[in-house]
Design a protein around this ligand. Structure first.
Ligand code: SF4
Length: 479
């Protein structure tokens, strides 16, 4: 999408500026299409017959090279794929990697219920964002159809999260599909050996299906072609998952090649000419699944297993995997993955920011210090966290620097005396304290005089690092 300009889209729109799409002009609508804030059919006139050819061309133009697939239903449904670019800075990544945790049909009832509850409730708040798990993968392990069905039923009844049904046996998959069909589960997986039966299930129950061909891209393409020929269009790709050794290296190359061929059309990682002739580009334009859970096959120790799984998962997140099946529910092994995912899938065009206003930390009173920072979320939470851990009560006044941290805001002219004045006036902080003193970050010292002139407040230049605020206040705050 990075290569599509608003002009390319505009030439396919009616061009009447009729505003029926709630935009002032067709050009504004074109920009919203690029941002995915609107869809083609949000322009009512384009559904008219006379625009049919343009409409079809526009829909084709707007279809991402990696198909977007929705798993599950309702408010917990999760979108995977839909990516436009190889590198985030070229545009953004749209749908973060979904983390799916397994349960199996060999679990005791209490343990199963406890695990599902933990998956449902897992949440870590970081930089003001809620980080959660996205679904449950039900694995057949006992070779018992009844047990598998019961486990799927428990997952459906006790969780609203999307479900993956994991078995290579079509009989097991059908038992699960009968129970979970209303939740639109992902079928894992169709292989060259079960393709006929599993593709029939995907068609019958209208569910997305994983095409699995570990270590064999050409085999994967063949499976996808067969699925497409049968009319199945919601496909997820599995190139195999390997925690170590030569096959790990090959997996990393395959993941890169699959995504590159989908987006860029066959730039060689190794010789892909045969794949291109086979029509590999279209066949590889689907989300990719990784199964770091395989790390547990060779690791029985729970610590070593969780570490190996997290390591493989991190590698697969970095190599474009759109969905992962994991086993460990240890916070210590999931947190780094959540953090990695959050960092990669943050829109680089929109810095994470907090509201520009004053925040109370601890139990401040009218004599408490007022400290100033910017509305870049990471800056805010770092400063607020340092103050909280030092047990100091104060007001933290946040200036709207368009989401920039202190240093870039100063360099870019986004943190000025007049903005500080505006923040003081709009926030109403003057009514909370009976002094007019504000502590600014050391990096803003050069505008301290300007702030005093603009605001009439006395400016104290604070420490270079927020971890030193407690000591600074001990030595300098005496209202
Ligand atoms: S509804 Fe369609 S034709 Fe009307 S302004 Fe919007 S994009 Fe243009």
């Amino acid at each position: 999408m990075a290569k599509i300009s608003p002009m390319e889209i505009y030439r396919l729109l009616p061009g009447t500026n009729c505003k029926e799409c709630d935009e002032l002009t067709c050009m504004a609508f074109a920009s919203k299409l690029i941002e995915r804030e609107k869809t083609v059919l949000d322009c009512p006139p384009i559904s008219e017959d006379k625009y049919r050819e343009k409409r079809e061309e526009l829909i084709e133009l707007m279809t991402p090279p990696v198909k977007e697939i929705e798993l599950g239903t309702g408010e917990n449904a999760v979108k995977i794929g839909g990516e436009e670019v190889m590198y985030r800075h070229e545009l953004t990544y749209f749908n973060q990697t979904a983390f799916i945790i397994d349960v199996d049909d060999g679990m005791e009832s209490d343990a199963l219920l406890e695990r599902i509850k933990k998956i449902n409730n897992f949440e870590i708040v970081r930089v003001g964002q809620s980080l959660k798990l996205q679904g449950i993968a039900v694995r057949s392990k006992s070779n018992d159809l009844t047990k598998f069905g019961d486990t799927v039923l428990t997952a459906v009844e006790k969780s609203n999260l999307p479900i993956i049904l994991c078995s290579y046996d079509p009989e097991f998959l059908e038992v699960g599909l009968e129970i979970a069909v209303d939740r639109k589960p992902l079928i894992y997986a169709a292989t060259k050996d079960n393709l006929e039966a599993v593709s029939s299930l995907a068609l019958k129950y209208r569910c997305p299906v994983v095409a699995s061909s570990p270590g064999d891209i050409q085999g994967l393409i063949d499976i996808v072609h067969e699925l497409l020929e049968k009319g199945i269009e919601e496909i997820v790709l599995d190139v195999g998952s390997y925690p170590a050794g030569e096959r790990f290296g090959q997996m990393m190359e395959d993941l890169l090649m699959v995504r590159r061929m989908a987006i860029e059309g066959g730039l060689n990682v190794r010789d892909t000419s045969a794949l291109s002739r086979a029509g590999g580009i279209k066949a590889l334009g689907f989300p990719i699944i990784g199964t770091p859970i395989v790390s547990w096959l060779s690791e029985k120790d729970p610590i070593e297993g969780a570490m190996a799984e997290a390591s493989l998962a991190a590698s697969q997140i970095l190599r474009y995997c759109d969905i992962l099946i994991l086993h460990s529910l240890n916070t210590w092994s999931i947190l780094p993955l959540l953090t990695l995912r959050q960092n990669i899938y943050t829109d680089p065009r929109v810095p994470i920011r907090v509201d520009a206003k004053y925040y109370t930390i601890g139990s401040p009173n009218e004599n408490s210090p007022v400290l100033l920072t910017t509305n870049f979320a990471l800056t805010y939470y770092t400063v607020a966290g340092d103050i909280e851990s030092s047990k100091v009560s104060c007001y933290l006044l946040v200036v709207d620097t368009e989401g920039l941290a202190v240093e870039p805001a100063m360099a870019g002219g986004k943190l000025t005396a007049s903005l500080v004045k505006e923040a003081i006036e709009k926030s109403g902080i003057s009514k909370k304290v009976n002094h007019k003193k504000i502590i600014i970050p050391a990096m803003t010292a050069r505008i301290s005089g300007d702030i005093e002139d603009e605001t009439g407040w006395e400016v104290l230049v604070g420490p270079i690092d927020s971890s030193r605020i407690e000591k600074y206040l001990d030595e300098n705050w005496n209202v």
